[in-house]
Design a protein around this ligand. Structure first.
Ligand code: TYD
Ligand code: MG
Length: 459
């Protein structure tokens, strides 16, 4: 008996996606990443009779109609952008993962949340496995004033943390970061896939059984033996990522999974000398410093979740000196740019294969919505013809392979956002235009287009 209890086996994990394999791999068969294999020893779980006893008490199956649904109780962090991404506040008893590159501002934003909640009288526990208490204090000084209901702890042993939670009874716990935490039950080193998973499941159990909200920070790791946040995405209730350009001061908080609200909402922040501050008007922020009367620049509207954002798309199309034209894209998928250039070449005969093209979304934003296609097309044509586009014009629409301009959703919201910023001319899909009411077009001169050739005629 004793022998079977301590049965160990060697497992190979992918540190990027958590894929488990019986043998070593150079490239993960699941996510395709190279050099992410990590060898770990795991103890096989013991099967016992205890489980049956538990079943009768807490987890006996019940019909749906008998389930008592306590409405998600939410706590507001008073950081509007943060609450919005979470779907209207922090849900009590949820486990939230905050991922992002090292140094992007994860500890800072959660410390700000802790500041606001502690000033509201909530009991909080901030556990850091990365920084000493005095380092946290230095950061806290920049961020503002805290009340004494926030307790700090520098610890990495989850058993000790669990005990501290029992003793101090916090309503919200912040774990900074999951890669530094370990459970003495698991032999693998902190940061390994099995350790990170075990630590997360301990935290999950704590959150659910005690109704404590737990925030877990996870660093995005490029390669090596440290497991990345993707490994635990499926275990937690909500996954947020804080992203941004290292060299730009703005940061975007994006929800990628949310059991209590919609995903793809974004929150925009700016890193300042005193922490992260909210950017309530991201469109205005993204468009600041826009050149006037320059060719190759156009404003497009993209929906990020429920919120429209205006962005400037720039293109520089110049004659190529080599047989193979250069194409680069910043902020959008390069394949999308190549595809749209091929459409322009084939459908309206622009000789783009002889030209280099550089396409850029200014402000360092990344956009994936197909509705920015029309903006990319317009920027390329404008630069190719060297004709500037009206400063007060904006556009949106998806472009298909036949060169057709297809309707996109939420046209009225996009127009309303642009109107707020003083735009008065709009190029949009004809199909979307026919569905718009008169009111939503107040003060806007619309140009409906159905093919890319219609767009080119406007120049
Ligand atoms: P941090 O929150 O420590 O990043 P993470 O926890 O994601 O690793 O943020 C670190 C960066 O933020 C660091 O480069 C300094 C900068 N920063 C400011 O610019 N202003 C501030 O008020 C604070 C607290 C940090
Ligand atoms: Mg940190």
């Amino acid at each position: 008996m004793a022998k079977s209890q301590s049965k160990e086996k060697t497992v190979f994990f992918c540190t990027s996606c958590g894929n488990e394999s019986g043998k070593w791999f150079g490239r993960c068969p699941s996510c395709g990443e190279f050099n992410t294999c990590s060898e770990e020893k795991v103890r096989e779980s013991q099967k016992g009779t205890k489980r049956i006893e538990k079943l009768s008490e807490e987890s006996a199956p019940v019909p749906l109609s008998k389930v008592i649904s306590d409405r998600d109780e939410r706590i507001e962090s008073h950081i509007k952008e943060f609450d919005r991404v979470l779907g209207g506040g922090i849900v009590k008893g949820s486990l939230v993962l905050l991922g992002g590159d090292p140094g992007i501002g994860k500890s800072t934003i959660l410390l700000e949340v802790a500041r606001n909640l502690s000033n509201d009288g909530q009991r909080l526990l901030y556990v850091s496995g990365e920084e000493s208490l005095s380092q946290i204090k230095m950061r806290a000084k920049r961020v503002g004033d805290f009340s004494d209901s926030l307790l700090l702890m520098a610890e990495t042993d989850l058993f000790v943390i669990e005990e501290a939670i029992e003793k101090t009874g916090p309503q919200l716990v912040i774990i900074d970061s999951i890669q530094t935490m370990f459970s003495p039950d698991v032999e693998a080193a902190p940061g390994s896939v099995s350790q990170v998973r075990e630590s997360t499941s301990i935290l999950m159990r704590l959150a659910k059984s005690k109704g404590i909200t737990i925030f877990v920070i996870g660093h995005v790791t490029k390669e090596g033996n440290v497991a990345g946040p993707r490994v635990l995405e499926h275990m937690v209730d909500t996954v947020l990522y804080l992203e941004g350009d290292r060299y730009a001061s703005y940061r975007i908080l994006r929800g990628v999974k949310n059991r209590f609200g919609s995903t793809n909402e974004i929150g925009v922040f700016e890193m300042t000398g005193s922490g992260l501050s909210e950017v309530p008007d991201p469109s205005g922020y993204m468009l600041s410093g826009r050149p006037e009367g320059a060719s190759g620049s156009v404003v497009a509207v993209s929906m990020e979740g429920t919120r429209p954002i205006l962005i400037e798309i720039q293109a520089l199309v110049t004659r190529s000196n080599f047989g193979m034209p250069r194409r680069t894209a910043v902020g959008i998928d390069i394949n999308r740019v190549n595809l749209l250039m091929a459409v322009l070449e084939k459908r309206i005969g622009l000789k783009l294969s002889e030209y280099d093209a550089y396409v850029n979304i200014t402000g360092g934003m990344r956009m994936n919505e197909p509705a920015v296609d029309l903006g990319i097309v317009m920027a390329i044509v404008s630069s190719y013809k060297d004709k500037p586009i009206d400063d007060h014009l904006f556009c949106f629409g998806e472009v298909g392979l036949s060169g057709e301009v297809r309707a996109v959703s939420q046209a009225d919201q996009r127009i309303a956002e642009a109107r707020k910023l003083g735009f008065d001319k709009c190029i949009l899909p004809k199909a979307a235009l026919s569905k718009l009411s008169k009111e939503s077009l107040t003060g806007i001169k619309p140009y409906g287009v159905s093919f890319v050739s219609d767009v080119v005629k406007l120049f």
